[in-house]
Design a binder for this molecule. Structure first.
Ligand SMILES: [Zn+2]
Length: 446
């Protein structure tokens, strides 16, 4: 299900030129980058309160940014509004770093105009201060398990996991009783958590009383401006899907208590969230090429890219980024590099039709480029005037021969040419002379 209507800024368009430096302390260095955070407004027709959710302020906390990404893409708001920024520190997310330019969550009290994070800070401050925002939830993955008293190394006051953070008990605002709100949330959430260890606590950092580190954070910036804000911490002791699950569990409680009503298209359970993160992940390039990346091979070769190297990346999921690296492209999904694309450069045929006709198990259908069809037994691509159909990996494939009007079954493919590791997804490409017209994916259902 798509909720395009509710999403203000939906697609991530990324065009990146990287100048690689010879000495790096990180995986790769960014001399020039354009990885802006995305901003999703899920708004309903029924008036209500607005919550601002921020994920990925630190790039090495995948529980937070995956949970926020799921919110942005799998929830529909039926009362009130959610504003979501799932990938605030996007460059650090794909670099698997807390902060490529230092800790972004220590730059809210003051920042030099020369700091590469300057614009990000200025933009996010504007959103936080927007009159419509009633409260802010900032998502974190923290070490161990916060406990008010020392129990052992992983359960003590210096740990952060499984806690709701407030900077002080109360501020001057209709929702300003932060302690009461947090208490209610913790009480209600803990009723749903069987494991004692995994239950939540409240951590009041008492920032005003001289907590120097916390005074530089996003939540304290909000507090200083009389805007309710909470830090939500899950434990880094869990795998990513379990962290995201807990973030969603806690956030749904906040939604309820702020009167924000919603629907979601998956079950809120460990396995439901795991599937929401890992299944049905696709990117579309230049509106002509769809790549299904759920089970992608480590390398995808000879993908037809534009000769001028312009790339328009679209995905329902805001955590995708494409990074050029030594002649190939790394595809990042959050902080996972899920495949490498080895491009082959072509001129694009911009005048061509945007669809082709395919007989799918005997039924003719018009299919747009950049889409995937599901086939049980066989398909036939109908001939296209002045164009050539190339079925990549088709036995006896001849690049210069038109492969329209041929009945093709799964066994007619050489498995190593599939997009996925299981050998079920293949590419149909259309060319007009030497120009690339578009691609359709075929997925065999077994
Ligand atoms: Zn954090």
């Amino acid at each position: 299900m798509l909720f395009n209507k509710y999403i203000f800024f939906f697609t991530t368009s990324v065009l990146i030129t990287f100048i690689l430096m010879s000495i790096c302390f990180c995986n790769f260095c960014f001399a020039n980058q354009n990885l802006q955070f995305s901003f999703h407004k899920l708004e309903s027709d029924k008036k209500g309160h607005t919550l601002l959710i921020i994920g990925g302020i630190q790039g090495d906390e995948p529980g937070g940014f995956n949970a926020a990404s799921i919110l942005a893409t799998r929830y529909k708001i039926t009362k009130g509004n959610l504003w979501i920024i799932p990938n605030l520190n996007f460059i650090s997310i794909i670099n698997r770093s807390r902060g490529v330019y230092g800790d972004l969550n220590r730059k809210f009290a003051g920042i030099s105009p020369d700091d590469p994070d300057y614009n990000t800070i200025a933009e996010i401050k504007k959103v936080i201060l927007n009159k419509k925002v009633d409260a802010v939830l900032n998502l974190h993955d923290g070490s161990g398990f916060y406990r008010k008293k020392y129990i052992d190394d992983m359960h003590n006051p210096l740990r952060w996991g499984q806690s709701i953070i407030i900077d002080q008990k109360i501020i001057d605002h209709p929702f300003g009783n932060l302690m009461e709100t947090a208490k209610k949330a913790v009480k209600e959430i803990n009723l749903k958590i069987k494991s004692k260890e995994e239950r939540y606590s409240i951590h009041n950092t008492k920032t005003y009383n001289g907590n120097h580190e916390m005074s530089k954070t996003l939540t304290y910036f909000a507090i200083r401006n009389s805007k309710p804000a909470f830090g939500l911490e899950v434990s880094k002791s869990f795998l990513t899907y379990k962290r995201a699950y807990y973030h969603l569990l806690v956030m749904e409680n906040f939604f309820k208590n702020f009167g924000v009503e919603f629907e979601r298209d998956f079950e809120l359970s460990f396995s439901g969230v795991k599937d929401a993160i890992n299944k049905d992940i696709q990117i579309c390039l230049n509106n002509k090429i769809l790549l299904d990346l759920e089970d992608a091979r480590k390398q995808l070769r000879y993908i037809p890219f534009r000769k001028d190297k312009k790339i328009e990346l679209n995905s329902r999921n805001p955590l995708f980024a494409l990074v050029e690296y030594q002649g190939k492209y790394q595809v990042f999904y959050g902080n996972r590099n899920i495949t490498y694309i080895y491009p082959e450069y072509f001129e694009y045929d911009e005048q061509c039709a945007d669809s082709i006709n395919i007989l799918i198990d005997g039924v003719e259908k018009k299919i747009n480029f950049g889409k995937m069809i599901k086939v049980k037994k066989h398909f036939v691509v109908k001939p296209i005037k002045d164009s050539r159909v190339n079925i990549i990996g088709f036995v006896g494939e001849d690049k210069n021969k038109d492969e329209a009007n041929i009945l093709v079954r799964k066994n007619d493919f050489i498995k190593k040419f599939s997009v996925d590791k299981s050998g079920l997804i293949y590419r149909i490409e259309v060319y007009k002379e030497k120009k690339f017209s578009g691609m359709v994916l075929v997925k065999f259902i077994i």
